[in-house]
Design a protein around this ligand. Structure first.
Ligand SMILES: [Zn+2]
Ligand SMILES: [Zn+2]
Length: 479
């Protein structure tokens, strides 16, 4: 596997002389009131790439044909040719910029058209935090920033974006989604700063995962070690979107990669293409949810599960959301990944008794208005998945934010002790809130939600117990 994806928290490296870098994400999402922002890029060593025989950017047609052939069996678990990504020097770059500083005003534009840049090392350049591994600390170095040359950028798209990847058929996506046969419970797992949830069967074992994340980069230390998921039912994984904190759990558990992964067509770069490649190399399948596919609904007994594509921009806002509905109790659950409520393409189901709060309780776009809670008062759950002491670049941002807490409170969700707190997350909230952590270093464990009332958080048949990972570390400790 490419060294970027190895679980090596002590990985050491020399920052590269030059990289092609593509805008990846920013935090916060809505910069209107932000004092500063962290801007992140996915990158690849430029000098290495320009010498690589598989990057013949001067012959764009041949390059496309070559890479279309490499990815053609992405959706089937079939033997693959030798690992094209094994040696690519992949990096993540990050810098924190004040209002008015470099890139600050352009972030929204990048979300729509993520352009390629050329970063060249220069002692008088912009200080950047460079990550050489998903789970290791960054090294700081200075870089000059310019746009990547016009003749190279299309080739970078061909190799590192998914333009030449095939869409999965609706039948294949439907077959994967129909794994949610009973949806008796919802599990929100404590995987640190990130998101991993699942619809569970009657014995509390996952039937379908919705995201399989964990803490990455600066937040890598927020994840449990080891991290082992339950595969008893052979569940597929539906990715809400391609951000690493929603898929990197797949690299921690050796049984995770050789599965069926459903993921939306989005613009990506070297880190995410490299992760998809890891799945394929491990014998798993990546079913790309194409742009034409709006939603897929599966029904089983009283339960109905819908996965649908969002209408927003950027990676957070254009992914997949999941809703589950129960006809007997007339209640529903909503999991949006990191998308704002305004970015959903479907009418919100009525009577929402459980919502996994968008983006770990981050401050969202001002248009993201929470739905009113439904269900009975004792069985309403607003679920916060975040890691203790999470950090976002060098900003002061920490999830959950006081703004997200106040907003949900004003729309009827009881935030318990967090309502009056200046820094929510420092204590256990109570009310409708259940969280996976408290700051600065408390792990509270996973959460189980049912249609009827808070279930007894007893161990699953796998025997998962908080803090005592054996075969399985996704315990359900709270309800
Ligand atoms: Zn995200
Ligand atoms: Zn996220």
């Amino acid at each position: 596997m490419n060294r970027f994806f190895d679980d090596k928290p002590d990985y050491r490296f020399e920052p590269p002389q030059a990289v092609f870098a593509r805008f990846e994400q920013s935090e916060p999402v809505d910069l209107r009131d932000a004092e500063d922002a962290v801007v992140a890029f996915e990158a690849v060593d430029a000098n290495w790439l320009l010498r690589w025989e598989r990057f013949d950017y001067k012959r764009p047609g041949a390059l496309e044909t070559h890479w279309a052939a490499y990815w053609k069996d992405l959706g089937r678990s079939s033997p693959v040719e030798s690992d094209a990504f094994a040696d690519i020097p992949i990096y993540r770059f990050e810098f924190t910029t004040p209002r008015g500083g470099p890139f600050f005003d352009e972030v929204e534009k990048f979300e729509t058209v993520p352009r390629w840049f050329l970063f060249i090392r220069d002692d008088h350049g912009l200080p950047m935090d460079v990550f050489g591994n998903l789970f290791a600390a960054p090294v700081t170095a200075q870089y000059n920033v310019s746009l990547a040359p016009d003749e190279v950028a299309p080739g970078l798209d061909t190799v590192f974006d998914m333009g030449v990847w095939p869409d999965a058929s609706e039948a294949d996506i439907r077959a994967a989604a129909s794994a949610a046969r009973s949806s008796d419970f919802l599990g929100v797992f404590d995987i640190g700063q990130g998101s991993a949830s699942a619809l569970l069967d009657g014995s509390r074992q996952p039937e379908l995962y919705f995201d399989l994340g964990c803490g990455v980069y600066r937040n890598a230390n927020t994840s449990p070690t080891p991290l082992r998921f339950c595969w008893t039912n052979r569940p597929p994984v539906v990715l809400s979107h391609w951000d690493a904190d929603h898929w990197a759990g797949g690299l921690k558990d050796p049984s995770a990669l050789p599965r069926t992964w459903v993921a939306p067509r989005q613009s990506i770069g070297p880190v995410h293409a490299g992760f998809a490649n890891s799945i394929v190399q491990a014998g798993g399948r990546v079913l790309i949810w194409g742009n034409a596919q709006q939603s897929v609904t599966t029904r089983s007994g009283p339960r109905q599960v819908t996965v649908s594509r969002c209408l927003g921009t950027g990676r957070n806002g254009s992914g997949l959301v999941l809703t589950a509905e129960d006809q007997r109790t007339n209640q529903s659950w909503l999991l949006t990944g990191d998308a704002g409520y305004h970015e959903l393409s479907i009418a919100l189901p009525s009577n929402l008794s459980a919502v996994v709060i968008p983006h770990h309780g981050a401050t969202m776009n001002h248009k993201s208005v929470p739905p009113a809670p439904g269900g009975s008062i004792g069985n309403r759950r607003l679920l916060y998945s975040f890691g203790s002491g999470n950090k976002h670049g060098r900003t002061a941002v920490q999830h959950p934010t006081a703004q997200a807490v106040a907003l949900h409170h004003s729309h009827g969700w009881n935030q318990g002790a967090w309502r009056a707190a200046t820094i929510p997350g420092n204590v256990v909230a109570g009310g409708d809130v259940v969280s996976t952590a408290t700051h600065p270093n408390g792990r509270l464990g996973g959460v189980i939600v049912s249609w009827i009332g808070p279930p007894n958080p007893s161990p699953t048949p796998c025997g998962a117990i908080l803090g005592q990972p054996q075969s399985c570390s996704i315990s359900l400790d709270q309800s």
